[in-house]
Ligand binder design. Structure first.
Ligand SMILES: N[C@@H](CCC[C@H](N)C(=O)O)C(=O)O
Length: 289
């Protein structure tokens, strides 16, 4: 193995990622190695890792290789695997553009949540087709300390609980995952969004992400919030035949989410690469154990 492994660092509305290009899927990125890379003191630091692999070289993505050459093997900061990462898809696309794997315009990438279509402007925002939301039936409750709120269960490929609160400060320090019930609603854990109104079709949120803690933004979370807010507001594009757009402010910036009458959701926001460097392979090998 070479003694140096290339990496880049990027973010989308301050949801930040260590990008590890590994076209032939040669690296052994164990959960411990991912957690070490994401460690903000002893590692590089990030909410998660975007492992960049050719779809044809990854057992989970081979079936998508005809549609999308590149697979976003996303990992949470604690090393766990998640089905989807919305901000990650934008940053992943920006990386592919930067190194010349794709040109600006329309591209496709493979994710565990299926193939995602992305529109990549040269320097501007990136738009991702996020697919449809699923809204499983059943009451869900989330709590922080002594307070509890009813939450809407929204699945964007990954699970979300969306709670409307009076003030985002009610979410507290979010150092631990907010407890939820019933446990059966989310057998694999959940991302929890706390939401307040900011104006017509404009909300703000904070999020505690499964596997990463409180982050400055969550793209799938913002989509879940837009859909939950639309239904609360009595807006359903499938019924009215008219697209609905919400602006979702996150601590790290702003995302714009549109739900179309066919249920397809589009998310638009920034994606920035901030640095490139080399990882010491020996350090990573030790961290991987
Ligand atoms: N930050 C991401 C979501 C990442 C996955 C999530 N923590 C999970 O475990 O489902 C986003 O932008 O969507």
């Amino acid at each position: 193995m070479s003694t140096r492994i290339a990496f880049l660092k990027g973010h989308g509305t301050e949801n930040d990622f260590v990008i590890v290009p590994d076209p032939e899927n040669a690296l052994d990125l164990t959960p411990a190695a991912v957690a070490a890379l994401c460690d903000r003191r002893a590692g590089i630091g990030g909410d998660g890792v975007l492992h960049v692999v050719r779809s044809a070289a990854h057992p989970e993505a081979r079936h998508m290789a005809d549609e999308a050459e590149w697979f976003m093997d996303y990992r949470n900061g604690d090393g766990s695997i998640a089905e989807m990462c919305g901000n990650g898809t934008r940053v992943f696309a920006r990386y592919l553009q930067r190194v010349g794997h794709v040109a600006e315009g329309d591209i496709a990438i493979a994710t565990r949540g299926g193939v995602k279509r992305i529109h990549l402007a040269k320097d501007g925002d990136v738009t991702v087709g996020m697919g449809r939301a699923r809204l499983p039936e059943g009451d869900v409750t989330v709590s922080v300390g002594e307070r509890s709120w009813p939450a809407r269960n929204v699945n964007m490929g990954n699970p979300h609980a969306v709670a409307f609160v009076d003030d985002l400060a009610q979410a507290g320090d979010l150092l631990a995952p907010p407890p939820f019930s019933p446990a059966a609603a989310y057998p694999d854990g959940v991302n929890v969004e706390f939401v307040v109104d900011r104006g017509p079709r404009h909300v703000a949120m904070r999020v505690h992400e499964r596997g990463s803690g409180e982050t400055r933004s969550c793209g799938t979370g913002a989509c879940a919030v837009a859909v939950a807010t639309a239904r609360r507001d009595g807006a359903d594009p499938a019924v009215t035949g008219t697209p609905v757009t919400y602006t979702v402010d996150v601590p790290g910036g702003r995302l714009v989410i549109t739900e179309r009458p066919d249920g397809e959701i589009e998310m638009t926001g920034p994606a920035v690469i901030v640095a490139e460097g080399e990882i010491d392979a020996k350090w990573l090998e030790n961290a991987a154990r």
